[in-house]
Design a protein around this ligand. Structure first.
Ligand SMILES: Nc1ncnc2c1ncn2[C@@H]1O[C@H](COP(=O)(O)OP(=O)(O)O)[C@@H](O)[C@H]1O
Ligand SMILES: [Mg+2]
Length: 512
């Protein structure tokens, strides 16, 4: 008897020349190992080196069942398997997309097809790690689907040119984000640690503060104050998008005068002082009374948001630190405008401070990013959009990255999304969102797009800069457990009934 071929466990099958002959971009193989899986990376020895590919489909074939009329005719008498050895003619065929050739430690474009008869094997972990561009000290986000290989993404490749996390609601975006955060918080300084600032709309990341006490700063956004002395007119124009040229000019003059006054008196002033000045100017009923009137109304409205004050609190420069996550919890703020202004302020501040290298390289993570950088948004509600797009375009030069998370990719600014060179996509089923993803993500093909609709919670496709080829992965279990889970409808209903009963009991008692 012949000796078994080496590495039998890894062997999956043999390259065939039908129904389509192997080409430089694709080949099929007949499967003789049940370990074959869709999305599995495989290798074949070629003339120029090792041909690398990925299984894109697995199909079952049987010649006995190719002709409908014959089968129908035969089966009028008895099932086909009673008369023919149909089982012996069944085979499984794997279809592979060729990704490249690996020779002398280099990955090249494949120039010669796989040879019919060549043996197909599962890629070994070492080669796969190198081929996909994983990094031993990278961010361990999970395991490669169809392989038991940790996915360790290089920090710079993920964050330097911005990251988008896209999926429908409930697919695991926030879960994956907390896994990414954990990886950054646990990094050693010698591997390079960035600072993280997270816009948390629903207060669902508070739990990370319990697990990583020393590396998490939790800030209730209601307490954030912006110093009037340091406020830039450009930011105010974004907050008040309807101001016309004359109003803007007047605002600059008044603001400049007030800032000079503050400097001279060495005394900080808040918004009330500015409103007082405007009221005074209005009462003089001069030619610019209308302008002052408009400015007065705008600043009066701004004062309701309690955002502008005598000094910055907390100063952004103090809350952005390497290896530290700063959670900006917006969940207690109801006003849409106030949330927009806060995100606009933080983006402006991070950009300016990072440009002057006063803070470490940082990533601004924005949950529900479509709310802050909305495609086709009216000017009045697109307050934070301009600065987010600016960071998307210019941030990477200064080491300021964006991580945009959304369940509405279609509504997210195309300018911002197209600058995200890595996309992590979890389950998406809405066809419009799928088309938008296809348009905005380079390197996503029809097959991968189809696979996105079948992903399960916690499974994701990584496309772009972070890996050499698109990969599917299963997000690892997170280490921190206290993310706020939304209560089930049953538990809310039960809670309501018991609290209602208590109240009735109390009322009855009081009556008696
Ligand atoms: N990788 C995962 N492993 C285990 N459970 C997960 C995973 N991803 C998500 N989940 C669970 O699925 C639910 C929805 O996840 P979540 O991250 O909140 O979704 P999204 O932010 O996309 O709406 C949560 O209960 C979460 O615990
Ligand atoms: Mg979420």
């Amino acid at each position: 008897m012949n000796n078994p071929p080496p590495h039998t466990a890894e062997l999956l099958g043999t390259v065939i020349s039908a129904p389509f002959p192997p080409s430089t971009t694709t080949f099929s193989f007949v499967v003789n190992n049940p370990m074959v899986r869709k999305h599995q990376f495989v290798k074949v020895e070629g003339e120029d080196g090792v041909i690398f590919g990925v299984v894109i489909e697995i199909e079952r074939m049987n010649r006995y069942f190719e002709h409908a009329e014959s089968i129908a005719e035969y089966e009028k008498v008895s099932p086909l398997e009673n008369s023919f050895p149909v089982d012996r003619w069944e085979c499984v065929v794997g279809r592979v997309t060729v990704l490249g050739t690996f020779s002398d430690g280099l990955i090249r474009r494949n120039i010669f097809p796989a040879k019919p008869g060549a043996k197909v094997a599962i890629s070994d972990p070492g080669m796969l790690t190198e081929f996909l561009g994983f990094d031993e000290t990278g961010l361990n986000v999970g395991t490669l689907l169809a392989h038991d290989l940790p996915v360790k993404l290089n920090l710079s490749r993920v964050f330097q040119k911005h990251l988008a996390i896209l999926a429908m609601s409930g697919a695991g975006k926030s879960y994956l984000t907390s896994v990414l955060i954990e990886e950054i918080l646990e990094r050693k300084p010698e591997h390079g640690r960035i600072a993280l600032v997270l816009i948390d709309l629903h207060g669902e990341y508070k739990g990370l503060a319990n697990s990583y006490r020393d590396n998490v700063l939790y800030i209730d956004a209601r307490k954030i104050r912006v110093s009037l002395r340091k406020i830039k007119p450009t930011m105010l124009y974004e907050w008040m998008p309807n101001l016309n040229g004359g109003q803007k000019r007047e605002l600059e003059i008044i603001l400049k005068e007030l800032k000079e006054q503050m400097k001279a008196s060495q005394q900080a002033e808040g918004l009330d002082k500015l409103i007082e000045i405007l009221a005074d100017k209005m009462s003089q009923k001069g030619s610019k009374a209308k302008t002052y009137d408009v400015l007065y109304s705008h600043f009066k409205e701004l004062s309701y948001y309690k955002l502008v004050d005598k000094s910055d609190s907390p100063p952004v420069i103090d809350i952005v630190k390497p290896g530290v996550l700063t959670i900006i919890d917006l969940s207690n703020i109801d006003s849409y405008m106030r949330k927009q202004m806060l995100v606009s302020y933080l983006s402006h501040k991070l950009f300016a401070l990072r440009k002057k290298k006063k803070i470490p390289p940082a990533a601004l993570i924005i949950e529900e990013a479509h709310n802050f950088a909305r495609e086709k948004a009216k000017r009045e509600i697109a307050i934070a959009k301009h600065m987010i797009e600016t960071i998307a375009r210019e941030g990477r030069k200064f080491g300021l990255s964006l991580c945009l998370i959304t369940q509405r990719p279609m509504n997210l600014s195309t300018t911002a999304l197209s600058q995200c060179s890595t996309n992590i996509i979890l389950r998406v089923t809405n066809p419009n969102d799928l088309y938008h993803i296809k348009d905005s993500c380079e390197g996503i093909d029809e097959k991968s797009l189809g696979a996105i609709t079948t992903l399960r919670v916690g499974e994701a496709l990584v496309v772009g800069e972070a890996t050499n080829y698109p990969i599917f992965l299963k997000v690892r279990k997170r280490k921190s457990h206290a993310l706020k889970e939304s209560p089930s409808l049953e538990s809310m209903a039960k809670e309501f009934e018991t609290s209602d009963k208590k109240e009735t009991d109390e009322l009855t008692e009081a009556f008696l």
